[in-house]
Design a protein around this ligand. Structure first.
Ligand SMILES: Cc1ncc(COP(=O)(O)O)c(C=O)c1O
Length: 423
């Protein structure tokens, strides 16, 4: 190849590879679902960023949950992942359970007052001072009885002693559920023998402490790379650890065989693996019912997204005009058609991904904002000022809390406003 041919070949290769990486036009109009939702919001909405839950889709997810659950175990709702008292009440009724898993003292206080018939297991060990605040705040009028309806989670002998002191000082009885490490390594007892000392302390202080069961959370079983270990293998190993704790319990304290204990397990990601056989007698899940993006995993394919952020478009512009490179306004879209239009939306920077219209994207050159975020899209994105951009939260537990309430949707029409848990 002579020099001239070499240069031509290099230019051709450069052009070819530039075309290979040139972004596709990802834009599209709303599908009929989001088109109806946008119309409903335009006639009934408040034109501020809103968290929307589609109750028809939620109902389908509750039906899928019933199919996924092992029929011989109870279901416990993970409250932090569905943090609205009304939403929790709705799910309790539809899924026929009064069992909640709670992770935050202010939520515990609210839920014990709002649902005095609830059975509550704490999902993480609370500092003993936070537990004390719960007792101070519990309304005398509430019929919620913590000594039979609330299980505190205890992860060590030291914490058990702190809770014993609390119980002695307040002259109350505390139910103690012990956190066990079934492979996640986020804390809890690691060896079954560690149980002995805790059981002895409980046995010696029966007027203040009652052993109520174990909690072993196991999402790692679907997260370990499958070339390292299959989910089925990880499940078998995790269950063997759980079983070793149950065996040790019955060996050390056989009287518990005759008592009804709470052996809590799972979480949304691992729920289906417990379907046929599980050491647990109740399984917890929350996120799968609204299915944020992080739960788009093979084990949860039977669930559908049911929660969306809707936010109004405030401004619409042609091209993409950026500070200091104004000349590039119409050049950038030549490279990336998804920059043919610029929108600014009400709010932004949520833990969320753009969902509808298709093909919306942020702009790394402009940066992002929680006040008015920039959004680019191609000319196929046919929305205007006062239409809505829809996003899917990547997780529910924190994102829901950023909105004052939830708008419920029935038949693609806004129906109600439900409060979010505060605190
Ligand atoms: C102890 C415990 N159980 C269960 C869950 C499952 O919650 P979700 O189904 O929302 O993933 C969690 C989530 O963090 C957890 O910490």
């Amino acid at each position: 190849m002579n020099r001239r041919q070499f240069i031509l070949a290099s230019v051709a290769a450069g052009v070819a590879s530039a075309f290979a990486i040139k972004p596709n036009d990802n834009g599209d109009a709303y599908n009929s679902y989001f088109s109806k939702l946008n119309s409903s919001l335009k006639s009934n909405g408040s034109y501020i960023p809103s968290m929307i839950i589609d109750l028809d889709l939620l109902d389908e997810n509750i039906a899928a949950l019933k199919q996924t659950l092992n029929p011989s175990v109870d279901y416990r709702i993970v409250a932090k992942s569905l943090p609205s008292p009304d939403l929790l009440g709705y799910i309790m009724e539809k899924s026929e359970t009064n069992k909640l898993m709670v992770f935050h003292q202010p939520f515990l206080t609210t839920l014990a007052n709002d649902y005095p018939q609830a059975d509550i297991l704490m999902g993480k060990p609370m500092p003993v001072k936070a537990a004390e605040v719960f007792y101070q705040k519990l309304s005398n009028a509430s019929s919620f009885n913590p000594s039979t309806q609330l299980q505190w989670l205890i992860d060590s002998k030291e914490r058990l002693i702190q809770y014993l002191n609390l119980a002695q000082n307040q002259n109350i009885l505390l139910q103690v559920n012990i956190e066990i490490d079934v492979g996640l390594h986020r804390g809890g007892l690691q060896q079954a023998e560690e149980l002995d000392g805790l059981l002895k302390t409980i046995e010696d202080n029966q007027q203040h402490l009652r052993f109520s069961g174990f909690m072993g959370y196991d999402p790692q079983i679907v997260k370990i790379p499958s070339i390292v270990k299959s989910p089925e293998q990880a499940f078998v190993e995790s269950q063997a650890i759980y079983q070793a704790f149950v065996d040790r319990l019955y060996q050390q304290a056989p009287q518990y065989k005759n008592q009804s204990l709470c052996f809590n397990g799972a979480g949304s990601p691992s729920l289906p693996l417990h379907k046929n056989k599980t050491v647990a007698n109740e399984l917890s899940a929350g996120s799968c019912l609204v299915k944020p993006v992080d739960f788009d995993i093979p084990s949860l394919s039977q669930f559908s997204p049911a929660a969306f952020i809707a936010t109004p478009v405030l401004k619409k512009m042609v091209g993409t005009q950026l500070p200091a490179i104004e000349f590039a306004k119409n050049i950038l879209p030549l490279w990336d058609k998804n920059m043919q239009q610029t929108f600014f939306i009400y709010g932004g920077k949520w833990l969320a991904q753009y969902e509808s219209p298709k093909g919306l994207q942020g702009n790394g050159l402009f940066g992002t904002s929680t006040n008015q975020a920039i959004v680019n899209g191609s000319n196929k994105v046919n929305i205007d000022v006062d239409d809505h951009v829809f996003l899917r939260p990547t997780q529910s537990e924190f994102v829901f809390l950023q909105f004052g309430n939830i708008l419920t949707l029935r038949n693609k029409t806004i129906e109600n406003q439900w409060d979010i848990l505060h605190g």
